[in-house]
Design a protein around this ligand. Structure first.
Ligand code: ZN
Length: 151
């Protein structure tokens, strides 16, 4: 077992190589800190290989950022103006028969009125693309999918 003062192969971040290091500090037989004999850098003992490939690290970072800032569609903030507009539109709605049950596979156009199982009545405000539209619900304007092919 290695102990303080012994030589050990460790990965040096500065040299970017696995090189001979001197053990500086260990706790309970686990090496904590080493010193590179090539460049003299003292650092945490990481074993003989770099911890992670850069691609993996990048993916993890992206996922963390997504969690920190959820898409605006799932977290409605400016409720008041939306509610006012929505209430006005509901008032203008003449016939419940105009309301279509929302389905991912259906196509909609601007001015259509839909009913969503969770969000309730929504007014199609804008067609973004062949499969995306902005729908005004009681609590928020949401980007919704449409015209998706059946699985
Ligand atoms: Zn080094």
């Amino acid at each position: 077992m290695s102990s303080v003062g012994d030589l050990i192969d460790a990965y040096c971040l500065r040299c970017k190589l696995t090189l001979s290091h001197v053990v500086l500090f260990e706790v309970g037989g686990i090496i904590q800190k080493v010193k590179c004999r090539t460049c003299g850098a003292e650092h945490k003992y990481r074993g003989t290989k770099p911890e992670k490939q850069s691609g993996v690290t990048l993916l993890k970072r992206t996922r963390t950022r997504d969690r920190a800032t959820p898409p605006s569609s799932s977290k409605p903030e400016k409720v008041k103006p939306v509610l006012m507009e929505w209430t006005q539109k509901i008032g203008d709605l003449k016939d419940e028969g105009e309301v279509r049950i929302y389905s991912l596979q259906d196509s909609y156009s601007r001015g259509d009125v839909i009913r969503h199982p969770s969000f309730g009545i929504g007014f199609v405000e804008k067609i973004i693309s062949e499969t995306r539209m902005d729908v005004l619900f009681k609590d928020a304007l949401r980007r919704m999918a449409m015209s998706l092919k059946a699985p």
